[in-house]
Design a protein around this ligand. Sequence first.
Ligand SMILES: [Mn+2]
Length: 286
Amino acid sequence: MFSLDDRYLEPFIVFFESLALYDSLPRNTNIYILCDQSLGRDSRSSIKQQNSMLNAVVFVDMNDIVPKRLPLRGHDHVTRSAFFRLFIASALPSHENEVVYMDADMLALKSCKLLFTIPLKYMIAAVDQLSIDDSYRLWGEHGGTYFNSGLLIMSLSKWRKYKLENLFKNIIANNFDKIRWWDQDILNIAFRDRWQRLPLKYNVTFCVEKYISKEYLDSSATIVHYTGSQKPWNSRQPSSCYASQWLIAHRSVFGRDCHVLAANNRLRMFILGLCQFLESLRKWHR
Ligand SMILES: [Mn+2]
């Protein structure tokens, strides 16, 4: 399950090809893309043609399902499509009881197939954002948990049973000015401390990079998530230290460099590649 508009077409294709490369999706998984008119016809047909697994992709129009008034501000780098995930339960056919949702600004570095076998004990499973700022902002001095909403496993049957979409709408209405990180704040408020923890390796954001050793991440990071406004495809100073992996993946999918890859970045990638090579020699020598 993905959510998409035209701006994210290339990042989505790079991410999907990385999932396919590492055989991440179990056979016969139904693939849905939540969208509205901001995902144009050309984008839809290039997605279908991109990979045989996407031939049967279902585009789900969210226009009438998502409320008109959403806590978005003019300078925000996300659009309405960020909120689509909140309304998956009524958007998908009722026989779909469980779903793995992934943002488009991600990259698989290994297979994440095991994600699809994790038994769900709560209504939602996610990865901790490791953000004390956000937990303080939402929960005050007693603290509380805060997860990232870029990768979620959801029990749609329970979401329907407990009519969570009404809860989300109430949270939007009652906390309109308090909501800062869009759908993510809404989900954190809704599932306060009652969510299932997934291993950090499935959603490595730059916040996770800050606290977890590089050595651990280099060996186990499975899905990198390019959060924040500085992405590898739009910034010369992306927030993630795994930005060069995305640029390399982009080149192998499209056969050309991403337009943002300026000379200084090429030099950086060359040096990074050299460092990785020297590091592997060093390990081999031991
Ligand atoms: Mn994201």
